[in-house]
Design a protein around this ligand. Structure first.
Ligand code: WT7
Length: 584
C-alpha cells in the first residue's frame, strides 16, 4: 500500500538539471557527504576563541563586522507600511554591542534570562543578538501572546529583564505582579514611564564597543517555549555550540551564496525566525530582508520583486493562502529573482510544490523538517537532489534518522512508525528549563523521539504521516491542547473543555474545542464568539478554537484525564480504539 503510493508519487519526481541552476549548490554530492561527513569538519566553518570558547552572536555578526563584509547590507527592514531601513554588518555590530553594554550596566549576570516581547523590528534583531553576545540567555516571545502566555514564560524562566514596547507592555502589566524576578522593563518607543527604562535613552548612552563574551560551547544562548501534549509550555534551551550546525545547514540546505538576498517569513517568536531568520543567514554573511506587518499576498509578492529576493523560506499555510488567491496576483510581479524556495512547519502538499513550479518559473518548494527541540533542519530536500513532492526529503549528513516501533526496533522501508533520531547532533536542545523529567521523556531505547510518525520509501526519502501525540499544528504553529483547555475553563460559562486539532484545507489543522457549559448558560453563536475572544485575549491571537461544540460530558479516563483521542476519533469518524481506561 505504502509502496504503491510512493510509486505513484515517484513518477512525479522533480529532477534538476545542474546546468540550469543559477549557482552551483554549496553541497555538491549528498550521498558522498553522507558517507564521509564528520561533525568536526563543520567546526571549522565557524570562528572560535582561544581555549575552545565560542559565541553564537559573534559568529552571526561580529566576525563580519570586523572583516571584509563590514559595509555589506545585513538587514533590509521593511516595516510593511512603507518605511525601509538598511543596516550593515558593521552597524549591527555596533547596535548589538550597545545592547550588551546596557545589560552590563544593569548588572545582568551571565546566563540570566533576557526576554523580548516586540513586533519584528530592528530593535528586536539587535537586542536578541546583543543579549547572546553578552552571555545572557535570550528569548523572543510571539507578539500575539496574551497575558497568560507571557506570564507562563517569564515566570518559569525567571526572566530578569524584558524588552517590550509602549503598545505591547500593557499585556505584561496585567501579570507583572506575579513576576517577582522581573527587575528591568526596557521600553522601545520613547515613552518609558516611571520604573521603566527607555531603550532609546539607554542605547544612546551606551558605548558601541563590546567584545563578545567567550562562552563555553555548552553554555546557553537562546531559549524558546514550545507546547507538548500535557502541561504548560516547556522552555527548550539551546547552546552556543548550535552555531556549528546552524551555519552548516543554512549553507547546505538553504544554500545561501554571497550575492543572495534572503527572506525568511517566520516571526522571531518561533524557532524558524530565530535560527533561519537571524542567526544562520548572517553567520553566512548574507543580506536578509525582514518584513513587518501582517500577511498580505500583494505585499509578499511585491517584497520578492522589490528586494529581488533570491532565496525564500516560508510555510505551507502561507503557500496555500497565496495559492487560494489565484495566479493573477503573482503574474503582476516580476519574480524572476527567485532562485530557490523552502518551506517548513507542517506537511507541504504536493500541489504546493507544483504550484511553485508554475508561478515561480520552475522553482519548486523544498520541504524541510525540524523542530524547536532539534535546533536545526534535520530532514530536507537539498538543492542538489531530485524532489519528490510531498516528501520531507533526507537526513542532513551527520544525522541518523529512523522509523521505529514501540520498542525502538527499526522498521523496514514503507512501514509507518515513530520518527526518531540518534541523539547528539550539535544543535540538539540541551535542557527543558527547570524540568529534567520532561527532557528525559524525549529519550528512549537510545533514540530521541520526535513525536511525529513517518515512513521511509525505497529511495530513502522520508514521508510525514502525523503527530503521535495531541500536539496541534495550526497554520504551522504549535499549540498544546492543555493551554487552550486551561484558558477555556477560566471562562465563567465553561466547566470542562477538551481540545483537538481538526484537519483543515487551508490551515492544516484548526483548533476545535468541546465544552461543557456551566449551569444557567445556553449554547448560542454569541456565547461561542465571546469565548473565542476570551481565549484570544488571554492566551494568544493564534491559539483560539475556531470551532466550538457544546457537549453534555467529555470522555475521561478513570483517573479523570480527558481522552482527546476519543474526541478526535468521534469528530473524524475514525475507529475509537482501546477504551479500557474509559471512565464509563
Ligand atoms: C513540528 C515541530 C522547526 C520549524 C517550525 C516548527 C511539524 C515541522 C514539518 C514538515 C511536516 C512538519 C512536525 C514537528 N513539522 N516541519 N516539513 N512536514 N510536519 O517547529 O513548532 O517545534 O514544530 O512541526 O510535527 O514535530 P515546531
Amino acid at each position: 500500500m505504502a509502496e504503491k503510493s510512493t510509486e505513484l508519487i515517484h513518477s512525479a519526481m522533480i529532477t534538476k538539471d545542474p546546468s540550469k541552476l543559477r549557482l552551483k549548490p554549496n553541497l555538491q554530492d549528498y550521498e558522498q557527504s553522507r558517507k564521509n561527513f564528520k561533525w568536526s569538519d563543520a567546526d571549522n566553518m565557524v570562528d572560535w576563541f582561544p581555549g575552545g570558547k565560542i559565541n553564537m552572536a559573534y559568529n552571526a555578526i561580529d566576525r563580519h563586522a570586523k572583516g571584509k563584509k563590514k559595509d555589506k547590507i545585513a538587514l533590509i527592514f521593511d516595516d510593511g507600511q512603507g518605511h525601509v531601513e538598511k543596516f550593515t554588518f558593521g552597524q549591527l555590530g555596533a547596535l548589538t554591542s550597545k545592547f550588551a553594554n546596557v545589560l552590563k550596566k544593569l548588572g545582568i549576570k551571565r546566563q540570566e534570562r533576557v526576554f523580548f516581547f516586540l513586533q519584528r523590528s530592528p530593535e528586536l534583531y539587535a537586542g536578541f543578538l546583543g543579549a547572546i553576545k553578552y552571555g545572557a540567555i535570550a528569548s523572543p516571545m510571539f507578539p500575539a501572546f496574551g497575558p497568560d502566555a507571557i506570564r507562563d514564560r517569564l515566570l518559569d524562566s525567571g526572566a530578569v529583564a524584558l524588552v517590550t514596547d509602549s503598545e505591547l507592555k500593557s499585556r505584561v502589566y496585567e501579570v507583572k505582579n506575579l513576576l517577582p524576578e522581573l527587575k528591568h522593563m526596557i521600553i522601545v518607543g520613547k515613552d518609558a514611564a516611571a520604573g521603566e527604562l527607555s531603550w532609546e535613552k539607554e542605547m544612546a548612552e551606551a558605548s558601541d564597543m563590546f567584545d563578545a563574551t567567550p562562552m563555553d560551547p555548552e553554555e546557553f544562548s537562546y531559549m524558546l517555549y514550545t507546547s507538548g501534549t500535557t502541561g504548560k509550555p516547556k522552555g527548550v534551551v539551546h547552546a552556543h555550540k548550535d552555531i556549528v550546525q546552524i551555519h552548516l545547514s543554512t549553507n547546505w540546505v538553504l544554500d545561501v551564496h554571497d550575492e543572495d538576498v534572503y527572506w525568511c517569513t517566520a516571526d522571531l517568536g518561533w524557532v524558524t525566525g530565530v535560527v533561519y531568520g537571524v542567526i544562520g543567514p548572517w553567520s553566512n554573511g548574507v543580506t536578509q530582508v525582514g518584513l513587518g506587518g501582517r500577511f498580505d499576498p500583494e505585499r509578499w509578492f511585491k517584497t520578492i520583486q522589490d528586494y529581488k529576493i533570491s532565496v525564500w523560506y516560508t510555510a505551507p499555510t502561507a503557500v496555500r493562502m497565496l495559492m487560494a488567491k489565484g495566479d493573477d496576483i503573482p503574474k503582476k510581479y516580476d519574480l524572476s529573482s527567485l532562485r530557490a524556495n523552502y518551506s517548513v512547519g507542517e506537511p507541504l502538499n504536493p500541489e504546493g510544490v507544483r504550484w511553485a513550479m508554475e508561478v515561480f518559473d520552475s522553482k519548486p518548494f523544498h520541504d524541510t523538517w525540524w523542530q524547536t527541540e532539534t535546533g536545526s533542519i534535520l530532514i530536507t530536500n537539498f538543492p542538489e537532489m531530485p524532489i519528490k513532492p510531498g516528501s520531507m526529503g533526507k537526513p542532513l549528513p551527520g544525522v541518523e534518522a529512523a522509523i521505529v516501533d514501540e520498542n525502538g526496533n527499526v522498521l523496514p522501508q514503507g512501514e509507518e512508525g515513530a520518527l526518531v533520531l540518534r541523539p547528539g547532533w550539535p544543535a540538539m536542545m540541551r535542557q527543558i528549563w527547570n524540568n529534567p523529567a520532561k527532557y528525559n521523556e524525549y529519550f528512549k531505547n537510545g533514540w530521541y523521539y520526535t513525536g511525529d510518525t513517518a515512513q521511509i520509501d525505497k529511495d530513502g526519502y522520508f514521508w510525514y504521516v502525523g503527530r503521535a501525540d495531541d500536539v496541534i499544528k495550526t497554520a504551522g504553529e504549535r499549540v498544546g491542547p492543555f493551554e487552550v483547555e486551561s484558558a477555556l475553563i477560566e471562562h465563567e460559562a465553561i466547566v470542562e473543555a477538551g481540545v483537538i486539532g481538526k484537519p483543515d484545507e487551508l490551515r492544516g489543522n484548526i483548533i476545535k474545542a468541546f465544552i461543557v457549559l456551566s449551569p444557567g448558560f445556553v449554547d448560542s453563536p454569541e456565547l461561542k464568539e465571546e469565548i473565542q475572544k476570551f481565549v484570544k485575549k488571554k492566551l494568544a491571537g493564534h491559539a483560539f478554537p475556531r470551532e466550538i461544540e457544546v457537549v453534555k460530558s467529555l470522555p475521561k479516563t478513570r483517573s479523570g484525564k480527558i481522552m482527546r483521542r476519543l474526541l478526535r476519533a468521534r469528530e473524524l469518524g475514525l475507529p475509537i480504539g482501546d477504551t479500557s481506561t474509559l471512565e464509563d
